[in-house]
Design a protein around this ligand. Structure first.
Ligand code: ASP
Length: 307
């Protein structure tokens, strides 16, 4: 059973992704078919051209991809002025001996690969939000580190997110992909989990694929995406693996703790999506042979005792 699954932020690209899957395209191409339209749409706040610049008002985006057939990876982080960073991550994977590029180097590589340098990545709404954030917090730009711990965690959690896609193609290949602007008003140069293989994404044809959203600071510490796939390797079902990984997140002490969503699929086409805090969220799933994709609700794990 081939399928493609994305979180609610990726819905805008799901029709294209479903079409790509139905036409027999590879899992990697299906991810790109879904993610690219989201990156190009500035009404989607949290990816590509969007709403959430860093603490200097500059958009820095992250993306990652893993091919479950070969375990090859490509990722980019803190990239400025490039819209299609997921495609860029794929090129890191296919054209370079490296797996990850950040900042100026990633942008340089994008330009070498013929990407267009965008003059402006932050939407008008985003510029207003940034000015409001500066004003409301009386931000001193020479002391940014003072302003990063959110006063109102719920509001902050609501704002950040990532587009994630997982696919299982007709040839049995799995792939995982991410693309995001990361946290709003993050410290310049901050990387979340989306470009970190094993934290924000992982895929292995033999066992499963996983991608995470929300608090990347936690999934990096718990190696969540890799853990989910490893739990499946050790015999857990896709649901059991996600719940086990949520337990690992629950064991974290100190640091910034917030919500995490875990999305996973296995080689048989089973899937499971959970969120670690109470919040209404859907995800989208398209299984080949169905007329269209559908939305389903995530499984809500009880709120963390540590927060
Ligand atoms: N996980 C992303 C990050 O930490 C953001 C998100 O998905 O909310 O940058």
């Amino acid at each position: 059973m081939s399928l493609v699954l994305c979180n609610y932020c990726g819905e805008y690209g799901m029709t294209d992704a479903a079409e790509a899957l139905s036409s027999g395209e590879s899992a990697l191409d299906v991810l790109e078919a879904g993610i690219a339209p989201c990156e190009a749409n500035s009404d989607i706040d949290i990816v590509g051209k969007g709403r959430w610049p860093n603490a200097l008002g500059v958009m820095q985006t992250d993306a990652g991809v893993m091919d479950g057939a070969t375990l090859q990876v490509g990722s980019v982080g803190a990239v400025e002025n490039i819209t299609h960073v997921f495609s860029l991550a794929r090129l890191v994977q296919s054209k370079l001996p490296h797996v990850c590029l950040v900042g100026e180097g990633a942008k340089r590589f994008a330009l070498e690969m013929g990407f267009t340098e965008e003059a402006e990545m932050v939407s008008e709404l985003g510029k207003q939000d940034y000015q409001n954030w500066l004003r409301e917090n009386n931000v001193d730009l020479s002391q940014l580190s003072k302003y990063l711990w959110p006063k109102d965690k719920d509001t902050y959690s609501f704002h950040k997110d990532t587009v994630i896609y997982l696919a299982l193609d007709a040839r049995g290949n799995l792939a995982a992909g991410t693309s995001t602007t990361g946290w709003p008003f993050k410290y310049p140069g901050r990387l979340g989990d989306s470009p970190i293989c094993g934290a924000g994404f992982y895929a292995d044809n033999r066992y499963g694929a996983c991608a995470c959203t929300n608090t990347g600071e936690m999934t990096i510490r718990a190696s969540t995406a890799r853990s989910v796939v490893l739990y499946m390797k050790k015999g857990a079902s896709v649901r059991e693996a996600c719940l086990e990984a949520a337990e690992d997140l629950n064991d974290l002490q100190g640091g910034y703790l917030g919500s995490v969503s875990i999305h996973a699929i296995d080689p048989k086409g089973d899937y499971f999506v959970l969120m670690t805090e109470d919040s209404e969220q859907d995800f989208c799933i398209f299984e080949e042979g169905n007329p269209a994709f559908r939305r389903e609700e995530v499984f809500l794990v009880p709120k963390y005792s540590a927060t």
